[in-house]
Write a protein that binds this ligand. Sequence first.
Ligand code: SAM
Ligand code: SF4
Length: 440
Amino acid sequence: MKTNIITYGCQMNEYDTHLVKSELVSLGAEFVDTWQEADFVLVNTCAVRGKPVEKVRSLLGELRKEKEKRPLLVGMMGCLAQLEEGQQIARKFEVDVLLGPGALTEIGKAIESKHRFWDLSFREELTHHLPPAPQGALSAFVSIIRGCNHHCTYCIVPTTRGPEVSRHPDLILREIEQLKAAGVVEVTLLGQNVNSYGNDQPGFPRFGELLRMVGQMGIPRIKFTTSHPVNFTDDVIAAMAETPQVCNYIHLPVQSGSNRILRRMAREYRREWYLDRIRAIREAMPEVVLSTDIIVGFPGETEEDFQETLSLYDEVGYDSAYMFIYSPRPGTPSYKHFQDLPREVKVERLQRLIEKQKEWSYRQNQRWVGKTVEVLVRGAAKDESYAEGHTRGNHPTLVPAAQAPRPGLYQVVVKQATPHMLFGEVVGAEEAATIPLLMA
Ligand code: SAM
Ligand code: SF4
């Protein structure tokens, strides 16, 4: 069956797409690049904000029209599928296969059933599932924990992905071993809150211990995302500092700099706690690269609250940030109880925050000029005279293409920096980690 999978949303969704894809391969699926060529279109959805939901709605509208012209199987998976909102959309647009984030291992049954197949259960098989390594990849994701036990008032994830379930460490290590054998040099450990790893399973290592275990496996780069400040313990910091394979990069979402708003968001920490974590991180890892998530215009956010977010940004001096306008999501406490702010207030605050982010990213990127950094080159950039890659600190980086003819790890001297990019010259390649162009 000619199959096309369209993925929206976070890295967890990318990982889940790979998982489902590998199941479909064993059923004889042939993958095509566009839905127009496909007999089966599977949409992996995101429900965190309104925008990705709108995108899914309009794509499913097109697919329903296409179904009137020819036989076409349409599937929907991911966070939106789990919600009543998503199921209404699925009914309206005549979706045949609907799989919640906990039911992905049912994809085979869904395809073979030949009838409408909907499954929204959370299946244990998923925790034990071991997807094969992807072909020719240098970077890969590994899921270590699913679900979330926090209850941030704006967030739909605990509803869509259920409570935290950690994967057995043996399975995680086996998956990483397979990735290493397939040539992967960078592994990102994934979860909604990776720092909670092991808390739900007696006898499992805690996250710091897991980092040390993964560090010994011979993968040159280990990253992880996402971290919750409350669970970012001293032991996680110590494990990072003493495990050279773990990259000097931390994504630590703060969401707001105002204690009043943090309380309303039910983030479970105060500004002072967050800044103390940053202090402890910098003390242990002075060269650390820090990024964050910030929501602007949360209900009731005043200009003073927003100023607190700007001042926190200055205190931390983030290298980069993902900045979002608050999006009221049906099913969340903030949607139910709090009045949304006018859009123009939110947009104007976002613009001011973006200016702040650009200033700081420029300043922070300048500190790398003249230094030698390791760049994982993926291949040709849009401008083909350059090859593109990223540093251990996640900075997008360009080098002259002639200096990095194959994907792999290179030592690069940074010559120039903009807010969003480093430019460098290759001074050495780590031969064992470069792979022939054909496989890239
Ligand atoms: N578990 C992670 C955490 O706690 O930081 C991230 C989960 S969420 C998929 C990614 C980001 O989306 C959040 O950090 C938050 O900034 C943003 N987000 C979640 N719900 C949102 C909403 N209703 N409106 C705007 N942004 C939202
Ligand atoms: Fe959502 Fe908060 Fe859980 Fe992150 S920690 S997934 S923002 S509820």
